[in-house]
Design a protein around this ligand. Structure first.
Ligand code: UD1
Length: 420
């Protein structure tokens, strides 16, 4: 296992290019299971999670070739419908092979992903959705076993206690594209990554309308064919660089950005005082005074993304004033609070709220990454802190950020990697 050593204090400056979106590429790779034809996916980020999905596809009979961010998927032998515990347990998003396996083969046996550090993370909405399409669903020895003689369209309400679900919407959409008749998903997730998946499915011959809104309509077709698709830029990576510029009091130019995907975050950063200018698929962000504390509540898209909550908390921890950060998607996603406090932050957790009292500066310390976005938060805190920080367990970072360390170095950050 590697760790990152950061000497804080450098103001980040220069240009950085955002990679393809992790949360788009994973379901899109899963969607290639819906056809035996060749699919070509471009702009694929080189991530641990992408590699896990490639292993799952190979285990399910696909040939996968990767070259320079382009993945070609062809069928070697179709028919395996079992997604193994070892692979699914390492990455929750693996569960999105359930929908396409069921859609194509009318049967699927997929390990339950289990909980994770950010919360319980049930799959009841996924199961409700595929049952409404006519599948019989059993839980057997930790696996979901779903079968149907034929899938038929249905009217499905997919809202849960915490709003819509991204991967449940993906799973149901991927099962419904090959069902008989029309499916309506109500309270569908509107995230750009769901839209990107729908666009890929449409290129494969699916009939989908309303993606990007809470009501998605799918007219089932008999057969899907191969397609070529380019993954959208990662809005969370872009957001992490926006915060990186501000937390280091820097000035950076972020390229390959769909700023329409960053509305809630940009709005909040401007409210705090950031100078942000958007031009031709890129964003320039510059720290300027006065810069003040803001309150943030995470919500499903187009609300403020939960995947940016930890990073904005790092920024607020060094911003004067009091900030209340409310987590409405994963009420337990606060593992980074204790680590930030170890660096001198003043953050108190009250249920789903974190009350952040901005301090003048953080001091470098050894800290431990607990999950993907918490690791980004600690890295950002380390960049802003006085002195040396060591972030352990950075494999979490590598699950979801392509080349983060190198990209930050090019912007002037003082980072090096060491074996633990
Ligand atoms: C996706 C993203 C993840 C992001 C999250 C919320 C991928 C690969 N991951 O995860 O980065 O943090 O969206 O934007 O795209 N829930 C239920 N029952 C279910 C499913 C979900 O109650 O069957 C709850 C969850 O526990 C959570 C909320 O719904 O409280 C939203 O979760 P969901 O949108 O499903 O997250 P993922 O799709 O797993």
């Amino acid at each position: 296992m590697d760790k990152l050593i950061i000497e804080g204090g450098a103001k980040l400056r220069g240009e950085v290019t955002v990679s393809g979106a992790k949360n788009a590429v994973l379901p899109i790779l899963a969607a290639t299971l819906l056809t035996d034809d060749a699919c070509i996916i471009k702009g694929v980020p080189d991530l641990l999670d992408t590699n896990t999905m490639i292993k799952i596809l190979s285990s399910l009979g696909k040939n996968v070739d990767v070259e320079n961010g382009v993945i070609s998927v062809t069928a070697a032998k179709s028919g395996n419908f079992v997604a193994d515990y070892k692979l699914v347990s390492t990455m929750r998003a693996s569960f999105c092979v359930l929908g396409p396996l069921l859609g194509k083969l009318k049967k699927a046996k997929v390990s339950l992903p289990g909980g994770c550090i950010i919360g319980v993370r049930p799959v009841d909405l996924h199961l409700k959705g595929i049952k409404a399409l006519g599948a019989n669903v059993d839980i057997d020895s930790g696996y979901v076993v779903a079968k149907a003689d034929r899938l038929k369209g249905g009217h499905i309400y997919l809202g849960g206690a915490y709003g819509s679900s991204v991967l449940a919407t993906d799973n149901v959409m991927m099962a419904a594209v090959l069902a008989n008749g029309k499916t309506i998903i109500e309270s569908a997730a509107c995230e750009p990554e769901v839209v990107d998946l729908a666009e890929f499915l449409i290129k494969m011959g699916a009939k989908i309308k309303g993606h990007g809104t809470p009501i998605i309509e799918i007219e089932g077709v008999k057969h899907l064919h191969g397609a070529t698709h380019t993954i959208i830029p990662d809005r969370i990576e872009a957001g992490t660089f926006l915060v990186a510029a501000l937390i280091t009091r820097g000035d950076i130019h972020i390229k390959n950005v769909f700023f329409q995907h960053l509305g809630a975050l940009i709005d909040k950063l401007q409210e705090a005082g950031a100078a942000i200018t958007k031009k031709d698929g890129s964003v320039r962000v510059r720290y300027q005074r006065p810069f003040k504390a803001i309150n943030v509540t995470t919500l499903p898209y187009p609300g403020f993304p939960t995947d940016m909550q930890a990073q904005i908390m790092a920024l607020m921890s060094v911003t004067s004033g009091i900030s209340v950060i409310t987590e409405k998607i994963y009420p337990d996603r606060f593992m980074h609070v204790a680590e930030l406090n170890r660096m001198g932050a003043h953050i108190q957790r009250e249920g789903p709220h974190a009350i952040v009292e901005g301090v003048k500066g953080l001091s470098g310390a050894p800290v431990m990454a607990s999950d993907l976005r918490a690791s980004a938060c600690l890295l950002l805190a380390g960049l802003a802190a006085h002195g040396k920080s060591t972030v352990s367990r950075i494999y979490h970072l590598e699950r979801g950020y392509e080349d983060m360390e190198e990209k930050l170095k090019k912007l002037g950050a003082n980072i090096r990697r060491e074996k633990e």
